[in-house]
Design a binder for this molecule. Sequence first.
Ligand SMILES: [Zn+2]
Ligand SMILES: [Zn+2]
Length: 373
Amino acid sequence: MTTKRNYYEILQVSKSASADEIKKAYRKLAVQYHPDRNPGDKVAEEKFKEAAEAYEVLSDPAKRQRFDQFGHAGVSGNGFGGAGFGNVDDVFEHFGSIFEDLFGMGGGRKRGGGNRARKGGDLRYDLKVSFKESVLGTEKKIQIPRKTSCTSCEGSGAAKGTKPVTCSTCRGQGQVAVQQGFFTYASTCPDCNGSGKSISTPCGDCKGTGFQTKSSNINVKIPAGIDTGMRLRVSGEGEGGINGGTPGDLYVFIEVEASPQFKREDFDLVYSLKIGVAQAILGTDVSIDCFEDEPRQVEIPAGIQPGQRLVIQGAGIPKLEKYGRGKGDLIIEVNVEIPMKVNKEAEEHLRAFAQKVGQNVKNNNGFFDKIFG
Ligand SMILES: [Zn+2]
Ligand SMILES: [Zn+2]
């Protein structure tokens, strides 16, 4: 706040300047630093916003009085304005009427059309990857249909040998004034759709749109650790820009296919392990392929309980850069399988076991064996 320049200083007027002098001073600066005259110039953009902010306060008698009395503190926040503008579009949005007043319709800015360079549209591509690919990362070649500038007419939309002419309806402004009751507002020109140009003989290849749809192959690097719902931005691979504007971006939305053995909890890899009753009681060794160079040998201790989880730290899913370093854990969730049927010999052993540990079990006829018989 303290580094803010005095509004009078910004507009280069005296403290006693009249409303008319302030308006003239602002007009001069707005023309000088207008974004259409200074494309890509960040300093000019700042000056343009600064002047707009100063004018917003000094052109309003109540705000000007508060500023004279309390300085910036008197006009910042609380809806008093003077809070500054985020970008030049905010300035145009906020000052639509002032700009029309100063520059005539359209605010002196060729909005939505004309020859103004515009960024191409962003594209979305939905991509499925296997569970394994999501853990290890991969590279995918994807084919995307993209709107590109028509090569036959170089994007003008006019047939070879002809040129687009200025739209007579809007005189090239791309906007027309629409009267509604007492109000006049600017609306996109219906004849040229805001381009400001009209084409008498449309290009046959793009039907006058200036665009063609072409499929192109793009390699997309999928980082290890990617998950469903994440999206990757491929800069500059969206639709082509208009009038020399930068191309849009391609957003690849990821869906990871389910795995029969694995599921994911954050960056932990959860493996569902099935073991037998005897293995649960006596303990065992298992080999688990958890997407490392070699399968992991894991010792299942004797007496493990159904549903119990064993954790092997750092053997899970690689963490994506913004979530930290290293890997999550490998979690082995133990499920004990109860056989539906066993052979005669195994059954005899089980009966002997039941007798040993004092559990009564059904006999072959559905009756209980006599315990301690
Ligand atoms: Zn064409
Ligand atoms: Zn028009």
